[in-house]
Design a protein around this ligand. Structure first.
Ligand code: SAH
Ligand code: MG
Length: 208
C-alpha cells in the first residue's frame, strides 16, 4: 500500500460501516483479481469500502463500478438506528449520501478509476453484461435483498473471480441473518468455494 493511501486514512474519517481489517482484506482481494476483470460494489454509502477497493483498482489499472441509489437503507432513514442527520437533505425530505460520496472520491483522488452508478442494484443487475473479477455486496440487508444480490451478482463473476459479502453473522444473537443465509444459498449452488472470513466479511471464489 502506498504512502498516499496511509496518509489519506490518517487525515480523513470517512463515515461508514467497515473496519480497517475488513477494508484491507477487500484491498488485497481486489489486487488479486486485477488480471481477470473489473470490480463492482453494491452499497457505497459515503465511500469507505470504495476507497479500499478503488485504491487497489487504481494501482493495477482496473476499474471499480460503485452502485448505490444513495437514498440509504431502511436503518438509515429518519428515526431509525443508523440515521445520520448530516446525510439528510431537508429541502427534498430525503436521505442523500451522493454528495459526500463524491467528496470522498475527490479527496482520495479516485475519480479516474471509480464509476459511480446511482441506481438500485436490481436495475443494474438486470442489464449488466460485463464479466466481473470481484463483487462486494453491502447494500440492502434484508433476507430477500441479500439473496437477490448474492445469487444474482454471483452469476456475473468470471471463473477465478471473488464474491465478497459483508455483515456475515452465523448466529442471530450477533446480527441479522440475511447476508449469512444468502452466502449459504450461493455455496449450495456449487460453483463457489468459501475462502475466508475477516471480521464479518466473507470471501468466496468461483471455481476455474
Ligand atoms: N459499504 C459501505 C456501507 C454501505 S451501507 C461502507 O463501507 O461504509 C448500505 C448502502 O446500501 C446504503 O448507502 C444504501 O443506500 C445502499 N442500498 C441499500 N439498498 C440498495 C439497493 N437496493 N440498491 C442500491 N443501493 C442500496
Ligand atoms: Mg455492511
Amino acid at each position: 500500500m502506498n504512502n498516499y493511501f496511509v496518509d489519506f486514512f490518517c487525515r480523513h474519517t470517512i463515515k461508514g460501516f467497515l473496519d480497517h481489517q475488513e477494508g484491507m482484506a477487500l484491498y488485497q482481494h481486489a489486487l488479486s483479481v486485477a488480471a481477470i476483470g473489473p470490480c463492482l460494489e453494491i452499497g457505497s454509502y459515503c465511500g469507505k469500502s470504495t476507497v479500499y477497493l478503488g485504491q487497489a483498482c487504481q494501482s493495477t489499472g482496473n476499474a471499480l463500478f460503485a452502485v448505490d441509489h444513495h437514498r440509504g437503507s431502511e436503518e438509515h432513514q429518519p428515526g431509525e438506528e443508523y440515521h445520520d442527520s448530516e446525510l439528510f437533505d431537508a429541502s427534498r425530505n430525503r436521505m442523500d449520501s451522493f454528495q459526500v460520496f463524491r467528496d470522498t472520491l475527490r479527496s482520495s483522488q479516485l475519480e479516474e478509476c471509480v464509476v459511480p452508478v446511482v441506481s438500485t442494484s436490481a436495475l443494474v443487475l438486470k442489464h449488466w453484461r460485463m464479466p466481473l473479477g470481484l463483487v462486494f455486496i453491502d447494500g440492502g440487508h434484508s433476507p430477500e435483498m441479500s439473496l437477490a444480490d448474492c445469487v444474482g451478482w454471483s452469476d456475473r463473476i468470471v471463473a477465478g473471480g471473488k464474491l465478497c459479502i459483508h455483515d456475515i453473522f452465523e448466529s442471530p444473537s450477533e446480527g441479522g441473518q440475511g447476508p449469512y443465509l444468502a452466502m449459504r444459498a450461493v455455496l449450495a449452488r456449487g460453483d463457489y468455494e468459501f475462502r475466508e472470513l475477516v471480521g464479518s466479511l466473507a470471501v468466496l471464489q468461483r471455481h476455474d
